[in-house]
Design a protein around this ligand. Structure first.
Ligand code: NAD
Length: 437
């Protein structure tokens, strides 16, 4: 083993004083778990002089009230989005609803004068994507897609290594993501299980992975060929029920999920089922599940790089393997996120030179969610960090290009043919990625 080097994650981002005099006047639409955990009380606590919350909206009035109380907010709540926008006139709208509805709020939010911070995926099909692109142009407002994965310290280091020329010219990438039986199955319990709500995991989940690829490769994806099947969840079992709490099979099902042990889930979801019938502990064997649980794609980039990608949703462990192959060597990374055995405080990147040495680079973890990425992302959005040396900020174009890979993959699965990104929207893939302004 060659020498190991330890890097400080915070070197990835340099900061500058916040220049705006006015606080951001923020409204949230979609008061579920992501908004509560990522975009509410924590933001107010950490950036009190930069933000104020002026409105909350959700179609579930019970969840809305619980959210307001738990977040400690005093702003008005609405079940009517249009009314909220017109009454409280936010300058910033955070969109954290079900994926297939994002476009409604992104588009109308911009039309009513707000800049948008939207959770991934920006939207779920190419028509909605094009409508968002056109509205941004027409209104002059700005859409920011919150790709927190870009901000994990080890991923930022991978970006730096790729730009440094350590492995010469990048030619191909092998990228394989494993969701374990706990995390992976959770997508099959909820609205994500339906293509019409989450666009399949090609879009809902893999948008993170495709965005990372687009950022690391620094070129635009141009063509996708993919396959996918539903081999494990859904109809692939001999028994099923509506959801876990009343299930007669709970004693024998490996996927029994005792939601009653999670006080927050009970208060956020179970207590308000009467309003919308949303079952947070839905059965993973439901026959209406119409998404893939095993997926593989070949992705071509405009600069000639080719990618082999796969996503597995019922693995015994959680993590990913990635290798970047270049003309002078290779970068390998194996991140096992669910393995507490090693409990090491760093992630390791291995750089091997053709005919040369091997170097092990250790990058400290961040302490917030998603490997420290969630906090760094919020520092950038709310904390006045405006410089962007690693080009981590994600524009509407970045949001679009990440989902377009997933949309193309989904179409390819359905048709059996490769799909060109240029055929989906007005975005034409460029050899060099356009950075967010
Ligand atoms: N970046 C990440 O790592 C990450 C992690 C989790 C979730 N997310 C994203 O956050 C978003 C929300 O996910 P979640 O896990 O909080 O889901 P959730 O089901 O807990 O919350 C969604 C909320 O939206 C509300 N809603 C649905 N349709 C609506 C409508 N038409 N108008 C108003 N409200 C509506 C629901 O009632 C619910 O309260 C999703 O887009 C998801 O992809 C991102």
């Amino acid at each position: 083993m060659a020498g190991a080097m330890m890097l400080n994650p915070l070197t990835a981002i340099s900061s500058r004083a916040f220049t705006a005099d006015k606080k951001m006047r923020i409204a949230i639409v979609g008061t579920g778990s992501r908004a509560l955990g990522m975009w509410s009380k924590d933001v107010l606590k950490n950036y009190p002089d930069k933000v104020e919350y002026v409105g909350l909206c959700d179609i579930n009035p019970g969840r809305l009230e619980y959210f307001k109380k738990t977040a400690g907010f005093t702003c008005p709540v609405f079940t009517d989005f249009e009314k909220m926008m017109k009454e409280v006139k936010p300058d910033t709208l955070i969109v954290t609803t079900v994926d297939s509805t994002h476009h409604e709020f992104i588009i109308r939010g911009m039309e009513l004068g707000a800049n948008i911070i939207t959770e991934k995926p920006m939207t779920t099909d190419e028509q909605k994507c094009e409508a968002i692109l056109q509205t941004e142009k027409k209104t002059g407002k700005k859409v920011t897609v919150t790709f927190n994965y870009r901000y994990s310290p080890h991923r930022a280091k991978m970006y730096e290594l790729l730009r440094s020329g350590e492995i010469g010219d990048l030619t191909s990438v092998d990228f394989h993501w494993y969701l374990d039986t706990g995390h992976g199955s959770d997508y099959f319990r909820r609205w994500h299980r339906l293509k019409e709500k989450g666009g399949t995991l090609w879009v809902h989940k893999a948008t993170h992975h495709f965005d990372l690829l687009n950022w690391w490769i620094e070129s635009d994806p141009s063509e996708v060929f993919a396959t996918g099947t539903l081999d494990f969840y859904g109809k692939n079992n001999s028994f099923r029920h509506t959801n876990c709490r009343p299930c007669p099979h709970k004693g024998s099902c490996n996927f029994y999920f005792d939601m009653t042990r999670n006080a927050q889930y009970m208060a956020l979801y179970a207590d308000h089922e009467k309003y919308d019938g949303y079952l947070r502990d839905g059965c993973v064997w439901k026959e209406d599940i119409n998404i893939y649980d095993k997926m593989a794609a070949t992705i071509k980039y405009a600069n000639g790089v080719q990618v082999s990608y796969s996503l597995t949703t019922y693995s015994p462990y959680e993590g990913y393997r990635i290798a970047f192959n270049g003309t002078k060597g290779r970068i390998d990374v194996w991140i096992e996120e669910s393995n507490p055995i090693e409990e090491r405080p760093y992630d390791e990147i291995v750089v091997t030179k053709n005919f040369g040495t091997r170097e092990f680079i250790r990058v400290s973890h961040g302490t917030s969610g998603h490997g420290g990425g969630d906090k760094l992302l919020k520092d950038k959005i709310f904390g006045g960090v405006s410089e962007d040396p690693l080009h981590q900020s994600a524009s509407v174009r970045d949001g679009a290009l990440s989902i377009l890979v997933g949309i193309a993959a989904r179409k390819s699965c359905e048709t059996g043919a490769p799909v060109k990104i240029a055929d989906l929207t007005s975005i034409k893939p460029g050899v060099k990625r356009q950075f967010a302004g």
